[in-house]
Design a binder for this molecule. Sequence first.
Ligand code: PEP
Length: 244
Amino acid sequence: MKIIAGNWKMNKTKEDAKAFFEEYKALVKQTDNKVIVCAPFTVVKTVAKQKKKNDINVIAGAQNVHPAKNGAFTGEISVDMLKSMDCGAVIIGHSERRTMFLETDEFINEKVKATIDAGMIAIFCIGETLEEREHNQTFEVLMTQINKGLNGVTNSENLYVAYEPVWAIGTGKVATTEQIQETHAFIKELVTKQFGVDVPVLYGGSANEQNCSEIFAIQGVDGALIGGASLVASKFAAMANYQA
Ligand code: PEP
């Protein structure tokens, strides 16, 4: 079983999302993989309806959440609002939010806690920049992101970690087998120490329908977080259909 999570980022209107699933439903097979589509807020409900409407096994996800219950946070969205749209998962701490929207490890930590407390899956993203890798800081960076981002989190039942080297996101450059294997092993060791149980670790960074078999075969890879390739129904269906 692999976890196949799409990140649509700021793409797809309601009409686009419906057209995507029309095509996807004809291509996707029944497998034991867990498929999640993290959509813009405006189409989370459209994704959530696919089970009933098209008999598609997909969990609707979002790409951000605010940790507060409610209040004066213009432009933000709460866990209750997401849940009322049948949202079951949230991407938290994506590198685009860390860099463009200046999200700190502490703020990300609050979001992880709020999401897990609400019973939704938290897809907690971590990863080093190219500069950090070149300065041999990868493991130090990952350790800090984990220690701060998961500080005080006690329930790992709905926690997935997504290892996304920043230099591999949207660049067509995939981390090597060795890089993926050693980082996933390191992440698993840290989170297992904290929670006492295995936590799924997804790889993210230019994963697609052509390289996914190779990535999924790497020890410690429980699935993928997929940006670009998740926007194309045929590519995403091919990944969702993966069988070892
Ligand atoms: C992402 O944005 O999480 C991602 C992995 O993007 P891509 O697959 O396009 O590299």
